[in-house]
Each structure stands twice: as structure tokens, then as C-alpha cells.
Design a protein around this ligand. Structure first.
Ligand code: MAN
Length: 353
């Protein structure tokens, strides 16, 4: 674990009003972040659930073709309710979401306090976003900010792209990686003539656990030349890209996530914990990993990280270079936005090859 210069819970569900009378906000987390007009802009994933309850049923919200919210009521005894995020239908093992997400634009003049909550709301649109849009990541390329985000639907979990120059109007560019694939982050420059993305396909055949891959593109929408970047460690169940890489004099620096099971406690309970690790990639060929932190640099420790909608989660989604420090924006316990800072040299020392 690396010493944090400060940690601040920047946004929590109570800070935002629900979009509709029939929903309540249960999560504001996994934010994209970028430097914008002298401050920081955040694109926050806002999760809402249906307030109505029906005896013997559970609610699964979705957006229909007219962009209206409708609720599917599923018989409670027909699904596995052990995961607070999803229902697993017993008859065929299919997943449905317990909630629906949209994206909210939030501004911060000092990068710590969310002092302007008047930004736009981006809501799901179309067949591939019917269960919501999630987990935006922002990369500035020239004067345009590109935003990768997750579209969830009955077809699976895919990654889509949109862009903006002003965080007021957004242009959608459609699906860039087919289901199931998320945790997609773009590098902030073309490298050897190509745009580069980290992405995380979810293999459903059991040859391999999920791993981080790299892909290349000439236009940001057609991706190819796939190669595996990092396949995770044996004790880590799942890894995924986190923050858009930052150029440093030593290489591309990113903070990614992994999850692991804690050893059983006295009652035999095993917890899953999401942590952040650092990775350094070669400037000319980012498929070459120059070093990774031997142990996670970010571990849930603060109460808003250890306890929330899903306990024990830190999920880094943006990093901003502040000269001597790197500020990291992250989702905490699938419920709030946190911001923390690391000394840049100390962070780079964790990835010394
Ligand atoms: C996982 C979690 C959820 C998310 C779904 C679909 O279950 O990350 O928060 O809604 O995947 O992306």
C-alpha cells in the first residue's frame, strides 16, 4: 500500500436528486475525470433503483425504445439474490440488473470539492443501452475529449464511445467493442501512428480468467491488432484497466484494478476485495510492461471504501498529473466518488522494473 497524501469522499448518493419520481439514487461512483477550464470535470455513474416494492417480486428497470423507464417484475423465488448488483435467473443462469445507471456531468474548481452539480445528464439510448450506461473514462486527444463507457442490455455488456469539446453536447459514436467487454481506456496520444486502447474481454469459455488486452485503431472506432497485456496473478480473480495512462519520463503509467478473495474469517466467510495496482508501459510499445507494483497501492481502508453498496471496493477510473503528485479519482464501495493523491516519485518507485 502506498501512502496517500489525502483522501476525500467527493460525492455520495444523497448529493444528487433522482431523475424520476419512481426511483432513488443508490450510487454515484466510478467517475471519468479530466482537466477542463482550469478545474476538473467528472462524468459520474449514477445508479438508481425503483422505490416501489411488490410482494414476492423484485424490480429490474430498463429504458424502452421511447426512452421511458419501465420495470420488469421478476418472481423473487425464480432468481438468485446473493449479488446485490444483479439477479441470476435460476431457469437459465441469465443475469438481469437490479438498478439502472446514467451519467452525470459534475464540475470541481479545486479537484476535491464537487462545487457545481448543474451539469448535463446523459441517459441511455437505444437497444444496446436498455439496462443503463456505466463507468465512463475520459481521454483528451487534441481539443476533443473521448469518453468510453459501458452499455448494458439483454445482449450483454459492451463498450461504446462518445465525444465532446465542451461537456455540454455529446456525440455518440456507437459500440466499439462487442459484448462482453468493459474497462476500456484510451491512451492520450497516437503511438507509432495508431490510437491505442486497453480493454478487458470477458471470456465465457473457461480457457482463461479475464485479462487486460491492448488494441490499435486508425479512427477510434475500428479496433484490431489485439494482444494480451496483462493476464493477472494467480491469486487475483479479475483484472481490468483503470485510469487512462499518463505519459511520464519513465513510461506510460496507469492504475488498474484487481479483485481477490480474503482468507476465510472465523466464521468461514470469504470477502471479495477490489484494489488498485500500478503499471508502467513502454512509451513506444505499450504492449511491453516495464514494471508493476508488487502489491496493490490502493486498498479499501476508509469507512466509505470498506462499507457501502458493495463493501471493500476501490475502483480507480481517472488519474490527473499535478506535477509532483498524481491525483486519482475512483469509485468507493460501488457507492461514492473518492479522490486521493500520491507522490509521483513514490508511485513511480512502486513500478521500478
Ligand atoms: C457487474 C457490476 C455492476 C454492473 C454490471 C454490468 O455486475 O460491475 O455494477 O452494473 O457488471 O456492467
Amino acid at each position: 500500500m502506498l501512502e496517500r497524501q489525502f483522501t476525500h469522499q467527493m460525492l455520495k448518493p444523497a448529493d444528487l436528486a433522482p431523475l424520476r419520481a419512481q426511483t432513488r439514487v443508490v450510487g454515484t461512483f466510478n467517475p471519468g475525470a479530466a482537466a477542463f477550464e482550469g478545474g476538473i470535470v467528472l462524468l459520474v455513474r449514477v445508479v438508481e433503483e425503483i422505490t416501489e416494492t411488490r410482494e414476492g417480486h423484485v424490480a429490474s428497470p430498463r429504458i424502452n425504445e421511447n426512452r421511458e423507464l419501465v420495470t420488469d417484475w421478476i418472481k423473487a423465488d425464480e432468481c438468485d439474490l446473493s449479488d446485490p448488483r444483479v439477479y441470476e435467473l435460476k431457469k437459465d443462469g441469465r443475469l438481469r440488473l437490479r438498478f439502472i445507471s446514467h451519467i452525470k456531468v459534475v464540475f470541481s474548481s479545486d479537484g476535491k470539492i464537487a462545487d457545481n452539480l448543474d451539469g448535463r445528464v446523459i441517459t441511455p439510448k437505444g437497444e444496446y443501452e436498455e439496462y443503463g450506461i456505466e463507468d465512463p473514462r475520459i481521454t483528451q486527444l487534441g481539443g476533443t475529449y473521448y469518453i468510453t463507457y459501458v452499455g448494458v442490455s439483454r445482449h450483454g455488456v459492451c463498450t461504446c464511445l462518445m465525444s465532446t469539446t465542451d461537456f455540454h453536447t455529446f456525440q455518440r459514436h456507437g459500440i466499439i467493442l462487442a459484448p462482453d467487454n468493459k474497462d476500456v481506456v484510451l491512451f492520450p496520444e497516437k503511438i507509432m501512428g495508431s490510437y491505442i486502447a486497453m480493454h478487458r474481454p470477458m471470456p465465457s469459455m473457461k480457457f482463461s480468467p479475464p485479462a487486460i488486452w491492448l488494441a490499435r485503431s486508425n479512427d477510434l472506432t475500428h479496433w484490431g491488432k489485439h494482444e494480451q497485456l496483462h493476464g493477472g496473478d494467480t491469486d487475483v480473480e479479475r483484472v481490468g484497466g483503470g485510469t487512462a495512462p499518463l505519459r511520464t519520463e519513465r513510461g506510460w503509467l496507469t492504475i488498474y484494478h484487481g479483485n481477490e478473495k480474503t482468507p476465510p474469517d472465523e466464521s468461514g466467510n470469504v470477502r471479495v476485495c477490489y484494489t488498485g495496482g500500478a503499471m508502467l508501459m513502454d512509451i513506444q510499445n505499450p504492449a511491453i510492461i516495464l514494471g508493476r507494483s508488487a502489491a496493490p497501492i490502493m486498498v479499501p481502508t476508509e469507512s466509505f471504501e470498506t462499507s457501502g453498496f458493495v463493501d471493500n471496493v476501490v475502483f480507480p477510473t481517472a488519474a490527473i498529473d499535478r506535477g509532483d503528485a498524481i491525483w486519482v479519482y475512483y469509485g468507493a464501495a460501488d457507492e461514492s466518488v473518492g479522490v486521493t493523491a500520491f507522490d509521483k516519485n513514490a508511485l513511480l518507485a512502486t513500478v521500478a522494473g
